[in-house]
Design a protein around this ligand. Structure first.
Ligand code: NAP
Length: 440
């Protein structure tokens, strides 16, 4: 059979890893795919040309004009591994219009413009594959779309940003501040010079948006995702959480409820005994609860050249195998047939239901706790556990920490406002959401 020819847009971390994996495992990959797959050309920026030549040992054509790759007659699949929204979006749409299949690792592009891109691909009868866009080397898209296809998926909870997980692990293990842990992550190359997307939960929300679409058969709705990062977390809260038997992780959570879909990224207390609570450093893990299978956990490298390249190559093999199939018989891009997507409402954060960790600074005098517990009781919020620190000599405040049972976020908002208005409470109440992540 004729080989499949791939054009790379970008030969950076992921592009370079993809090229290296394809070269090294060429024989085994073609035995699996049934055809040889090789890269014919790549686009890089001018500054990258020399480095790109070294990476590919001069074996492929290089250009600084990405449109040349998209338009090349000897390119069957365009792999968009350059990142960013523009010109990546225009190039992907152009490739689709040319009747070429597309592989992309670009979660931001899909979360923001996926609906348009998949619609265009459907109309043109080509495939857009994106395993590398979520959790790097973990084949979570394949799992959600195919392995778990028998299930009604109930919820997904994932550690899907290695940078923030590395920072949280350093804060817990060594008691360092958020700022110190971030600096260290940047020095080690785990965090970008501008770390906003990683630490503020935006990158995780991009990935969560994609998983929710596949899990529930809904369009991508990144603009409705609730996003809260880790930059305001303190080592103190991490320590208190440990005292209660919990770890704090930045989780992406999406859940189907009778009222709509929850779609949220935020720091979350999870019981220490859960496997996912022990996923440390830059590693990723995704927990998926299906009604038939129960809870399943997928763990691995969420980034890096070859782990991410592994996912890109898996997509290239999938496309190679499916290229000759009638488009109507292929696995749908978002798991559900395009005319079977639902427009379930994504709930505003005030309507989510979860448990809470609340920390407040109270004046050390009688009756304070009674005031706080009365506010919670009046709002039907029940307390699961409570801790009051011993007063430190010379300080007039003590830390009071409460864990609540499940309640609506809007009830907690009311409770916090009332607690902060008490004379006996100083400053703001710290709120961190808590999930048990049990399999029931
Ligand atoms: P990267 O190392 O910065 O590589 C990007 C490549 O694209 C570079 O070769 C860059 O050239 C080239 N490029 C960018 N804009 C271009 C343009 N306008 N014309 C021609 N070439 C252009 O980025 P990366 O880390 O590989 O990430 C690529 C994509 O994969 C992103 O969407 C990212 O979110 C996603 N992803 C990355 C990882 C990871 O571990 N890094 C994991 C999962 C997904 P220059 O070097 O000259 O700028």
């Amino acid at each position: 059979m004729k080989p499949i020819r791939v054009g790379l847009l970008g030969l950076g971390i992921v592009g370079g890893g993809t090229y290296a994996v394809l070269e090294r495992n060429r024989e085994e990959i073609s035995r699996r795919a049934g055809r040889e797959i090789f890269v014919t050309m790549a686009a890089v920026r001018a500054v990258d040309l020399e480095r790109a030549r070294e990476k590919t040992a001069g074996r492929i054509a290089l250009t600084t004009d990405p449109a040349q790759v998209v338009n090349a007659p000897d390119v069957d699949i365009v792999a968009e591994l350059m990142g960013g929204i523009h010109p990546a979006k225009e190039l992907v749409l152009q490739a689709i219009q040319q009747g070429k299949h597309v592989v992309t690792a670009n979660k931001a592009l899909l979360a923001l413009h996926g609906n348009e891109i998949f619609q265009a691909a459907h109309e043109r009868g080509v495939m857009v594959a994106f395993e590398a866009a979520v959790a790097g080397g973990i084949p979570i898209i394949k799992m959600l779309r195919e392995g778990l296809t028998a299930n009604r998926i109930e919820w997904i909870a994932g550690i899907i940003n290695g940078t923030s997980n590395y920072i949280l692990t350093s804060m817990r293990d060594r008691g360092v501040s958020f700022e110190a842990a971030l600096k260290e992550a940047q020095a080690l190359g785990y965090a970008e010079a501008d770390p906003t997307f990683d630490i503020e939960g935006i990158d995780a929300a991009h990935k969560l948006t994609i998983m929710a679409a596949i899990a529930f058969g809904i369009p991508m709705q990144f603009d409705r995702a609730y996003t809260e990062g880790i930059s305001r977390l303190t080592s103190k809260d991490i320590r208190y959480a440990e005292e209660f038997g919990y770890r704090i992780k930045l989780l992406g959570i999406t859940r189907r409820t009778t009222r709509g879909i929850e779609l949220r990224v935020h720091p979350t207390l999870i019981p220490q005994k859960r496997l996912i609570a022990n996923v440390d450093g830059v590693m990723n893990a995704v927990l998926v609860k299906g009604d038939a299978v129960g809870a399943t956990l997928y763990y691995g490298a969420g980034a890096g050249a070859e782990p991410t390249g592994s996912s890109v190559v898996a997509d290239l093999v999938d496309i190679t195998r499916m290229a000759t199939a009638d488009p109507g018989n292929r696995v749908p891009h978002l798991a559900f047939q395009p005319d079977q997507m639902h427009d379930d409402v994504v709930l505003p954060v005030a309507d989510i239901e979860t448990s809470y960790y609340l920390r407040m600074q109270a004046f050390d005098r009688p009756g304070v706790l009674a005031d706080v517990t009365r506010i919670l009781a009046d709002l039907d919020i029940s307390i699961e556990a409570m801790l009051q620190r011993e007063p430190v000599a010379g300080e007039e405040h003590v830390d009071v920490i409460m864990l609540t049972h499940q309640t609506l976020e809007r009830q907690i908002d009311r409770a916090i406002a009332a607690i902060e208005a008490l004379d006996s409470i100083s400053g703001q109440v710290t709120r961190i959401r808590l999930e048990l992540l049990g399999s029931a």
